[in-house]
Write a protein that binds this ligand. Structure first.
Ligand code: SAJ
Length: 405
């Protein structure tokens, strides 16, 4: 069995590596020659615990090689990004380009699977493109959608153990794709059709977005009501059928803050709750920035001769990772610094060595010296700080991330 993975990013590369470890000859394709070169040299171009060792072993085994163009195989997997364009409209141009790149290599009996998060109907659309170019392959190849669901930071475990939803454009395609995933997935394989599988991925991330929006809305209500939102949620969650998520500085990353727009763009009249949740989560970052700016104003009113020192704690989009993509914290930091140049800032991010354009301060220095400390991400090193130390009366703490919850 030979498989060709188009896209060697955060999902394509780990999946290619795992597949190659299960007696499949794998060709990894990426249009970026630097990624191809690094992969062939067994050097990982992404950060993911444990994957480094696995890549070295796989390259040494000869089961995986990378190149910039596809070649004939038994199965093709499209694992490329689907960002959004202006007006939050999904951009499937990478999926289409990747599909077109494999069309000349397809032959009777081949399997073609899309893993990229995609708007409903994309798999059928790609099937139409394939059959328009290669009409002789109609009903002779298998086409399916199978979304990835892994959590960055736990990718190796989840790729093998998570359940997968597999939706073919017909039953034979669903069965053929399930046989492939069955080679390395230990979780259950759930058969369905391609449209349901596409919607399932969007639903999973939208569900989480809506739940986080509920928590973020509660946090803003609680501030007005003089209630500690962390205690409130902890208590409400003692109900056997209530399970509220946690508020934060907003929702970041390339998945949950993006995928719901694939539903709202297609169903603008009907997807009201999903659209509101997006707005609430986006507005939470502004709300946090406003709170920091108000704290600066208060400090200056109380200490007219002093320059406020403001610590901004955590830049990554979620705890204990180094990923700064679409981070609400970064947005808050940029806005506060730009609008309040008179204050002195200490930006703290223990998981990165350097940040474009911003000097970094270590955790303890910021905690010891700042007049205002805003927690934007609940990194573990922050939780070790003593919130009742000798300076507790002389600093204002804004705990948006629940570090001391
Ligand atoms: N967040 C909160 N409160 C919470 C939980 C998360 O504010 O209680 C925030 C985080 O700080 C972060 C954002 O939400 O800014 C997203 O983080 P996340 O851990 O919820 O999710 P991602 O983006 O790392 O990964 C998600 C996962 N999807 C679901 O949990 C439904 C993952 O399984 C998917 O594979 C991934 O999206 C993806 O690739 O789609």
């Amino acid at each position: 069995m030979k498989a060709c993975f188009i896209g060697l990013g955060y999902i394509g590369l780990p999946t290619a590596i795992i597949a190659a470890g299960h007696d499949i000859e794998v060709i990894g394709v990426d249009i970026n020659p630097a990624i191809v070169e690094k992969t062939n040299a067994a050097r990982l171009h992404i950060v993911e615990p444990g994957l480094d060792e696995l890549l070295k072993k796989t390259i040494a085994s000869g089961k995986l090689r990378a190149q910039t163009t596809p070649e004939p195989a038994d199965a093709f997997f499209i694992v490329v990004p689907t960002p959004f364009k202006d007006g939050h409209q999904p951009d499937i141009s990478y999926v289409e380009a990747a599909t077109r790149s494999v069309i000349p290599h397809l032959k009777e009996g081949d399997l073609f699977v899309i893993e990229s998060t995609s708007p409903v109907g994309t798999t059928e659309q790609m099937a139409d493109i394939i059959f328009a170019e290669r009409p002789e392959l109609k009903d002779k190849i298998y086409i399916a959608y199978c979304p990835e669901r892994v959590l960055p930071g736990n990718v190796i475990y989840e790729l093998v153990h998570n359940d997968r939803v597999i939706g073919g454009i017909n039953d034979a395609s669903t069965r053929k794709a399930s046989m492939f995933y069955g080679k390395f997935v230990k979780g259950h394989l759930h058969p369905t059709n391609s449209r349901t599988a596409e919607m399932c991925k969007l639903t999973e991330n939208s569900s989480r977005d809506v739940q986080i929006a509920f928590a973020n809305e509660l946090s803003m209500i609680c501030e007005q009501a003089g209630i500690n939102v962390w205690e409130l949620i902890r208590l409400a969650n003692r109900h056997p059928r209530v399970n509220i998520l946690w508020p934060g500085a907003g929702v970041g990353g390339h998945c949950i803050a993006v995928d719901p727009y694939f539903i709202t763009a297609a169903f603008p009249e009907t997807a009201r709750l999903i659209a509101d949740a997006r707005d609430i989560n986006n507005s939470k970052a502004q709300w946090c920035a406003d709170r920091i700016e108000n704290a600066i104003l208060r400090f200056r009113a109380d200490n007219p001769d002093k320059t406020p020192v403001v610590a901004l704690m955590g830049v990554a989009f979620k705890p204990d990772i180094d990923d700064l993509r679409e981070s609400p914290a970064r947005h808050i930091i940029d806005r506060v610094i730009e609008r309040n140049p008179e204050a002195r800032y200490m930006v703290v991010e223990p998981y990165v060595d350097q940040l474009n354009g911003l000097p970094l301060t270590d955790v303890d220095t910021a905690w010891q010296q700042a007049d205002i400390v805003a927690f934007l991400t609940a990194h573990t090193p922050f939780k070790k700080l003593d919130c009742k130390d000798s300076r507790s009366g002389s600093r204002e703490v804004l705990d948006f991330a629940g570090v001391f919850k």
